[in-house]
Design a protein around this ligand. Structure first.
Ligand code: NAD
Length: 417
């Protein structure tokens, strides 16, 4: 995304901190700091009015030491190579922290989907996936949804790659609709994992979850589900937002109604009556106990970190807190449950979807949710243990686990040839 600083540099700084804790060999550190494969594509789409528009897209595979690479496809006007590199690296650590057998990848197209018709979106998707076809495969690199993409887009990805192979290949992409080999529980998985992580954090802090006042930034797949499940768990959601702004009611917002009216629709939530309108920056600084950033990266920085009132931040988005913000928040005693732990629920259930597709044997939703909750709790407990043992913050602890698992796999495999 177009920030004043490099998000990839931020990811590399985080790696450097973990490398120091692990006393990582310099050569190995270099291997882990570099994306293994990057592809930039420019491709044309014929728009509905007959004009041709050229789009820029990316696919980056960061590391495959632990298995095929896995990572979402993002459609957003600010997508660039720097961002895609960072997101691919975070996917590597996330899969390792959750201990699922994947490496990390990410892809995206610089596009404002609000400007496209459904037919144009389909053509863009089919052409983009054809351009990156050489990297993607059910045993090599498996995409999934991210900002601006959804189950329908994943269905077009699956169909395009299947047409090119001459037979249906459901395992080539996850986050698909149920009727095309999608998994029960996948749509809610990231938000559900965020709320499991929040429950675990509250236990550690001795906070009664139902007493929490919660603020959620972003009301898409992750944010809307997290808000809904927080409310269902008895907490009071007092603030929510989308890209155009947010709303606040200290007595609580009617999340079920907001989900029905606004979830998944770009902009609009600030038009809801019976609540005070707030900007996205005001939203982050509202009085609350639990803050869930679930939109885009670099939202909590050195310029607003000291104004955050929440005692607990659970990162639904990837990279919402910058390293400078982490430092300030740590100093204030705010517990930040980092993205590579907190939002791993999506990739965990994507892994379940892939396993089900490869076996052509599908599980019930309860089974998916139980297995997800178990992995989230186990991952949380192992990160908490390392945090205590090293007397460090939770992000560093999660990175220590993730980076060590990838480094160990690399050493075991050896450097080819
Ligand atoms: P989405 O497209 O479904 O929703 C994004 C939401 O953020 C929308 O409500 C949008 O209006 C809002 N938004 C966009 N720009 C904003 C801005 N500048 N300020 C405030 N709000 C803004 O996307 P999603 O899938 O919910 O992803 C949200 C975040 O969670 C991303 O950082 C993504 O990488 C991360 N994530 C998603 C998944 C997943 O399974 N979908 C998994 C892990 C992490």
């Amino acid at each position: 995304m177009s920030h004043q600083f490099s998000v990839y540099e931020m990811a590399r700084q985080q790696l450097a901190v973990a490398a120091e804790y692990l006393d990582l060999d310099e050569g190995l550190h270099q291997v882990l700091a570099s994306p293994m494969r990057q592809l930039i594509v420019h491709f044309p789409v014929v728009l509905d009015n007959g004009e041709v528009q050229v789009f820029e897209g990316y696919r980056v595979q960061h590391n495959s030491a632990r298995g095929p690479t896995k990572g979402g496809i993002r459609y957003h006007p600010d997508v660039d190579l720097d961002d895609t590199n960072a997101l691919a690296m975070w996917m590597t650590w996330k899969c390792a922290v959750a201990n699922i057998p994947y490496g990390g990848a990410k892809g995206g197209v610089r596009v404002d989907t609000k400007q496209l018709s459904k037919r144009e979106l389909e053509k863009l998707t089919r052409r983009y996936i054809t351009e990156i076809n050489s990297m993607v495969g059910e045993r090599s690199d498996i995409p999934a949804p991210d900002i601006g993409t959804n189950a329908q887009v994943m269905a077009w990805v699956m169909d395009t790659l299947s047409m090119q192979q001459g037979h249906t290949v459901p395992g080539v992409v996850t986050g698909k609709p149920l009727e095309l080999g999608g998994s029960e529980g996948r749509v809610e998985a990231t938000g559900r994992g965020v709320i499991v992580a929040a429950h675990e954090a509250c236990k550690g802090l001795n906070i009664d979850f139902t007493k929490n006042k919660v603020v959620v930034q972003g009301f898409g797949n992750v944010g809307a589900v997290a808000a809904k499940l927080a409310e269902e768990s008895g907490a009071t959601v007092v603030g929510v937002s989308d890209a155009l702004g947010g709303i606040y009611n200290p007595k609580g917002l009617p999340i079920r109604e907001l989900v029905d009216r606004f979830a998944g629709r770009e902009g609009g939530i600030r038009d809801f009556r019976d609540a005070e309108q707030v900007s996205n920056s005001e939203l982050l600084e509202l009085p609350c106990d639990l803050l869930i950033p679930a939109a885009i990266s670099a939202q909590i920085t050195e310029s607003n970190a000291d104004k955050i009132k929440a005692k607990l931040i659970v990162e639904g988005a990837n990279g919402p807190c910058t390293p400078a913000a982490d430092h300030i928040l740590d100093g204030k005693g705010v517990l930040v449950v980092p993205d590579i732990l907190a939002n791993a629920g999506g990739v965990v259930v994507s892994y379940f979807e892939w396993v089900q597709d490869l076996q052509n044997f599908f599980w019930e939703e309860d089974e998916v949710n139980q297995k997800l909750t178990k992995i989230m709790r186990q991952s949380y407990a192992s990160v908490e243990n390392v945090m205590r043992a090293h007397k460090t913050d939770m992000r560093t602890a999660a990175l220590i686990i993730g980076v060590k698992r990838v480094a160990d796999a690399t050493i075991r495999r050896g450097i080819f040839p």
